[in-house]
Design a binder for this molecule. Sequence first.
Ligand code: GLU
Length: 490
Amino acid sequence: MSKVRTRYAPSPTGKMHVGNLRSALYEFLIAKHAGGEFMLRIEDTDQERFVEGATEIIYRTLDQAGLKHDEGPDRDGGYGPYVQSERMKSGIYMKYAKELVERGEAYYCFCDKERLESLKTEIVEGKEIMMYDKHCLSLSKEEIEANLAAGTPFVIRQNIPKEGTTTFHDELYGDITVENAELDDMILIKSDGYPTYNFANVVDDHTMNITHVVRGNEYLSSSPKYQRLYDAFGWESPVYIHLPLITDENHKKLSKRSGHASFEDLIEQGFLTEAVVNYIALLGWSPDENREIFTLEELIRDFDYHRISKSPAVFDIVKLKWMNGEYLKAMDFDKFFEMAEPYIRKCLTKEYDLKKIAAMVKTRIEIFPDIADHIDFFEEVPEYDCAMYAHKKMKTTPESSLEVLKELIPIFENQEDYSNDALYETLCNYVADKGCKNGYAMWPVRTAVSGKQMTPGGATELMEVLGKEESLSRLRTAVDKLTADLANKE
Ligand code: GLU
């Protein structure tokens, strides 16, 4: 068995979509699982689609996601150059195209734009499709040479017979057979001398010893033409794995509109790289044990491409959020604090102990932007309804709460130690003296200092962060609010 070599072969046309990252990840995992090599090749022969800066996004994303390539434009492994526009300079694509011409598997075509436009077109899925009519296949050797000598612009086309069928194999879809009559004589070398993506891709995969190709199933329909090229050269084709579509919750193709179609969008929204990579690994692949959290190392160990599914994978943002939350819970606190701090700071102008706040929210959030909802009350108590003081289980009412708060204020005024432990002890002593349950006092205090039904910590934890002055001020305001509210009701 030859060494497993995979490649991620992006065209630098923009952001890195979730589907692209999945192809890259699976290529990486297949190589690493087998102790093989993962390569990066930039497919930039389509100069019209080239987007400035897109190559940098590819490097950055792979690097961030931990998909380190063994070979690529920046790391020579003996198969370079790794950028197609540079590979082209050696004349490699033209050389192979001419070889096909000699074998009768390709031919020069000198048809001009007008002629091509006059060819019958059919509409497939809203797009005009042209089937070339093999007009130039019948040119004599002399005519071809005369045209070349005169400098007439030309392309080189693949010569696909009109009869018979072509069969290729995909690991997920099995053998697929198509009628040759359905296949167009696709262009291999364009009139600007550049190879088409389809041709360069085949030549490069072969000359770079690629053993496994993973890509989106939008390439499935061109695969028979690829197969014919491999056969024409007498080359063995790599193992093909065409991945199912990734859809949104409405089973529509994941698009920009969904807002989370690219890796960059997700990171901007506050998702962790590890969680995104973990989640994307499961978009179409399932391990043989029932678990979902995998580090990259664990994915390498367990990834088996035979377990990739053919059914469309649904990108479920709710599930990704859950997964992200699991990563946050498991994260080392210092690292968590470093990442959470800017989100906490954004919500606060007052000087609080941010580490304490971070510790409170760590197990409660799914993504960093959730922090705002959990801690907004530290800045200011929101408007709330006094009905919140009534809690059935705690056996509290607005009246009982008012009484408790009035009694507690002087006690807290006399207290110097505002640590959670000391405050908690004070409250416990108070309820013991009063002969009531803890909640009977904790609930009104927590409501008074936060104005919220759900908080990231208990009454005394919040008071510790707020400090003496702010806590007392909030308790007093609550007493005023309850007094006014009850007076209104009378
Ligand atoms: N350059 C192609 C793309 O970016 C790669 C397809 C393939 O992996 O063969 O979609």
